[in-house]
Design a protein around this ligand. Structure first.
Ligand code: ADP
Ligand code: ADP
Ligand code: MG
Length: 447
């Protein structure tokens, strides 16, 4: 591969361009009218405007994007995360046009892309799944019947959902009957598919996911786990690797289940198998993300590998850079903080102009995956992620102390960010002890 089109924006587009540059690969950016002044547009070797700000008219126009790639002589397309990254039609159109889609096969994306389908594939492969329905539930009556057998609280979920959107916890039959139509309608509106299903709601849960990687030769390895339990609106804000408060025995079960999951679908390229771990260390498959994950840098910092480079190698048809599981070692501890333009108490997006942006630091072991320049505008059209800050330490405590020092130094002005949240979480006892669950930010706005 000599020339790659990046079908994404913001920090992840910049991050992919950096690896391509290091590997001597030319890059093509595409951008919407809202993103003309973003760093990724300038960093790419060439950049093309694809349309107005709304994603339907720009970043989701797969056919347009493919046309540009063909016209400009690209031989691969990197979809990043979100947007077209898990779009089966796009992945197959790219391959049919003779270009490499940097990700798994379209077939794998379709097998693992919807939650209902992936749950049955995993069950068949003996991977434990969250107790719940095998198929979608069509009516409120059916939903109430199965919820009664599963037992409340339950989670009502859109099969095609993602990014924390399309799921509601229901404590009672009454709550379920109030929510059923709205979850179904939202599923249709956001994901074009109104299939919903029911899972048992696991309380006192941790979100632990395993990074896996496969190649055309059938090699499959894991790159350890990430704990992503600091969430608001069922979406991650702080992630870390390795996970504190998890026994080696539980970790082994997670790695085995993740590798089994990947083998069951002949997985190629980067993927993440997400699990819920309950208070008794029972593990349950949640979903698989068939793409590079937002929080992949924590894994890069503790393993020392560049996962985008691995993705490109595998897409080229080469074997995994490291095929032998025992050769993949952990070094120290990494924390990632997603810096969002949002209110630190209510978690509502807070678009605006970044009048001052000073993220650099003298501290060592700090990586900044940044998407914006000073005077850049965070618009309401996209995810309000500004930057990701990844802090590496020899130990978890060292990484925590360094993070505190870092966030007291840097400056972002002109809009609200969630940096004050990080400073508070770093001082919460359950976070310091590593025993926190996905409930850590519940009732945060009332504090
Ligand atoms: P990750 O799963 O990589 O940890 P997120 O859940 O935050 O990260 O999702 C990554 C990005 O992709 C976010 O911008 C999110 O809104 C978007 N996203 C994820 N899944 C979907 C989906 N199925 N449909 C639309 N957007 C999605
Ligand atoms: P998405 O595709 O939006 O990432 P997930 O199924 O991965 O959806 O769930 C996102 C988050 O919601 C999980 O990390 C977890 O915190 C919470 N969650 C989802 N399902 C359950 C469940 N059955 N019980 C408890 N928490 C859940
Ligand atoms: Mg998920």
């Amino acid at each position: 591969m000599k020339k790659i089109l990046i079908a994404n924006r913001g920090e992840i587009a910049s991050r992919i361009i950096h690896t391509c540059k290091r590997l001597g690969i030319e890059t093509i950016a595409i951008y919407s009218e809202a993103d003309e002044d973003m760093p990724f547009v300038k960093e790419a070797d060439s950049a093309f405007l694809i349309g107005p700000p709304p994603v339907q008219q720009s970043y989701l126009k797969g056919e347009e994007i493919l046309k540009i790639a063909l016209r400009e002589g690209a031989d691969g397309i990197h979809p990043g995360y979100g947007l077209l990254s898990e779009n089966v039609d796009f992945a197959s159109q790219v391959s049919e046009a003779g270009l490499k889609f940097i990700g798994p096969d379209a077939l794998t994306i379709s097998e693992m892309g919807d939650k209902v389908g992936s749950r049955s594939t995993m069950k068949a492969a003996s991977v434990p799944v969250v107790p719940g329905t095998d198929d979608g539930v069509d009516s409120l009556e059916e939903a109430m019947r199965v919820a009664k057998t599963i037992g409340y609280p339950i989670m009502l979920k859109a099969s095609a959902g993602g990014g924390g959107v399309g799921m509601v916890r229901c404590e009672s039959e009454q709550a379920l009957s109030q929510q059923f139509d709205s979850v179904k309608n939202r599923a249709k509106m956001y994901f074009g598919n109104d299939l919903v299903f029911i899972e048992k709601y696991i309380t006192n849960a941790r979100h632990i996911e395993v990074q896996i990687f496969g190649d055309d030769a059938g090699n499959i390895v894991h790159l350890f786990e990430r704990n992503c339990s600091v969430q608001r609106r069922n979406q991650k804000v702080i992630e870390e690797s390795p996970s504190p408060n998890l026994s080696d025995e539980t970790k082994s079960r997670l790695y085995q289940a993740a590798v089994d999951a990947a083998k069951a679908v002949n997985y190629k390229n980067a993927g993440t198998v997400e699990f819920i771990v309950d208070e008794n260390d029972e593990i349950y498959f949640l979903e698989m993300n068939t793409r590079l994950q937002v929080e992949h840098p924590v894994t890069e910092e503790v393993t020392g590998y560049d996962l985008v480079e691995w993705q490109i190698e595998v897409a080229r048809g080469n074997e995994l850079p490291v095929k032998n599981q025992d050769d993949i070692q952990l070094n120290g501890h990494a924390l990632e903080f997603r810096v969002y333009a949002e209110d630190p108490k209510t978690f509502m997006p807070s678009p605006g102009t970044i009048t001052k942006l000073n993220l650099q630091s003298e501290l060592d072991g700090i990586r900044i995956d940044n998407g914006y320049a000073e005077n850049g505008k965070v618009t309401p059209f996209y995810d309000p992620l500004i930057s990701k800050v990844i802090v590496h330490g020899k130990t978890r405590d060292e990484a925590i102390e360094k993070s505190k020092a870092y966030f007291s130094e840097i400056e972002i002005e002109g809009l609200k960010t969630n940096i004050p949240l990080f400073t508070e979480v770093l001082n919460v006892n359950s976070f310091k002890a590593g025993t926190y669950t996905t409930a850590i930010l519940n009732d945060w706005s009332k504090k």
